[in-house]
Design a protein around this ligand. Sequence first.
Ligand code: GLU
Length: 322
Amino acid sequence: MKRKLFVGVMILCLVVFVSAMRSDLAYGSRKFVSIASGWVVGVYFPLAGALSRIAHEKLPDIKITVESSGASVANAKLIASGDADLAILQNDIAFYALQGTKPMFDKAVPNIRGVAALYPEACHIHARKDAKIASVRDLKGKKVAVGPLGSGTEQNAIQILEAYGLKFEDLSKVERLSAAESADYLKDGRIDAAFYTVGVGASAIVDPALMIETLIVPIDGAEADALVKKYPFYAKDRIPAGIYKGIGDVPTVAVLAILVAKAEMEEDMVYRITKAMWENISRIETAHAKGKEVKLEKALIGMPIPLHPGADKFYKEKGLKK
Ligand code: GLU
């Protein structure tokens, strides 16, 4: 009896040991890839989450972990330091990163490589109706959130104000809040307006528009023309009516969101992630309304930096590139 019990316990121990070893092996052989995304109330974050789920289902040896961040400028710096393997950021900021454009970058980010152009990000200036801001010029003397620290939004705010002859010093208060905070501040009247360069339909703008009366300040006319001429990454765009409660069709300018990788990532890994993303694009489409605009045929349009060799291989195979 004692002997049988002993043998039983030994077998049980062996089973536990072997299964622990196996899961340890599976864990050990998995490669961790981090993606720097953006604001939880933005669009990068849900799309990066969708990419992570695609990897989980289709690439069992790769685990993509999603980090939220201030966004574009911070993400380019995470690529430079090697702390992020992949990132989503604005195409204007990716170009400035590669060049090392000051004051955003004190040094160039030579290892930033393109994977895919994703969708347009509209420059929104979301204002309280009671702040009576009909034109960008009316921001003079107002309390304004100019974008989170490390955002691309802040750079766009500087350039847009400049096109209207304004500087941060002309505002009565310059706030650098997270996108979620600035939405709250706008609701509470602690700020009059907030800048967001983000895919149309981001909850940072949808939510306050449901609670208080707001408008989006147009960026158009000669000022928009001058802006697009001076900074060619901007394209003229419109925010359609019906996206934000009480807000009609508004002219503005937009840049592009792009997916990038650090040059040091293995070619095969970037190739497989690129392929898995495009082959499972329905995951991206359902993660956020903007995901429906992510299209393979537009993957290389507006890409301002050299492609990662893994992505390059995929697009050549697809005949998108020679
Ligand atoms: N384009 C934004 C920025 O870099 C981030 C938008 C997002 O997180 O979706 O400022």
